[in-house]
Design a protein around this ligand. Sequence first.
Ligand SMILES: Cc1ncc(COP(=O)(O)O)c(C=O)c1O
Length: 351
Amino acid sequence: MSIGQLINLARKDVINLVPYRSARNESNQVGIHLDANENPFVSSSGFNRYPEPQPVSLLQKLGALYGVSEPQLLITRGSDEAIDLLIRVFCQANQDGILITPPTYGMYSVSASIQGAFIESAPLLSREFVLDVDAIIKQWQPTIKLIFLCSPNNPTGNILDVDAVLGLCEYFCDKALIVIDEAYIEFSTSKSLTRFLNQFPNLVILRTLSKAYGLAGVRCGSVLAHPEIIALLRKIIAPYPIPTPVLQVVLDALSETNDERIKFQIKSIQIQREELRTFLQNHASVKYVYASEANFLLVAVDSPKQWMEVCRDHGIVIRDRSNIPGLSNCVRITIGTPEGNKTLQEVLRHV
Ligand SMILES: Cc1ncc(COP(=O)(O)O)c(C=O)c1O
C-alpha cells in the first residue's frame, strides 16, 4: 500500500486546499519584523509577537520523548484537537464516517457528529472489554475512513491486545486509518505502539501531556503518524495553535530535572491504584473492579447513585458511568494523591 493511496482516503477538498500561510510560516528570520501586523513594542510579558506555528524546540523535545522524527509529529491543543482534525481531514460531511469500539472515550463520536460524519460501532466484548475484531471487519464499509481505538481505554482502563491491533492495521492497510489513542499509556506496563509507525503507514497515534505529565491545563497533545498524514493535518490546523506561554511551560516541564519527578508520580499512581483496588475488592457493596492500566478504576457497585451521594456529601467527586451501555452500575474513580485516596477509603466505609 503506497502512502499516496492512503492520502486519497482524505477529503478531496482538503487534498486540494491551499492552506493559509501565516507570516511566521513565510519567514522566521531574525531581524526587524514588519510582516505580521504585530505591535512592535515589546510588552512586559514579551508576548507581542505571534508564536511559531509548530515551535521547533517543542517538536524536537516531543519527538525525542515519543521516539519519532519531527515530520512524523504534529503538536495540537490537547488530543481532543487531534481527534477533531483527523475527522475533519478524512470525513466528508454526510458521506463518510468513523468506527468506534464502545464503551470508549466520548469525543470520537462528538467530533464526528459535529463534522456530520456517521458513527459505526463494534462494542468491546465484556467483561474484559477486548476488541471484537470480527465485528470491526464486518461493520466496516468503504466510507468509514477512521477506526478509533483507545488503549488503555477510557472508561474501562484495560489495554487492547497488541496483536489484535496490529492485525487490524494490516487488514485495513489500504482501507482506513487506525487511530490509537494512548492518552494513558504512561500508566501501563505496555509500551506505546509508536515503534510500528514505520511498518504501518495507516497507523496514527495520539499522545497527550494532560495525564501522566500533569499538564491538562496547558492543552498540549501530539499526533504521531506518517509525514504525509501530518502534512494534511497541518493544512487545516489553526495558524498559531501553540501560545507562547504554553511553549514555555511545556519546555520547562519536560526538562531533565522534572523527569524523575514525573516518573515518581507515575509510580505513586500505579501503587495507589493497586492499593485502592484491594480495598474495593473487599468492599461489601462492590460487585467488580475491572482491570486497569490507566490512572483510574472502573468499579461496578450495588448503587452508583448512593456512591455518588456519599462521596459528594464528603466533598469527593467521582464519575457515574452507569448510564453508558455495557457499564450499568459502574462508577469511575481517578487515582488521587496518597492522602486523597486515604480520605476516599474512609468515606467509602459509609456506603
Ligand atoms: C482517552 C482520552 N483521549 C483524549 C483525551 C483528551 O485529552 P487532552 O487533554 O489531551 O485533550 C482524554 C481526556 O480525558 C481521554 O480520556
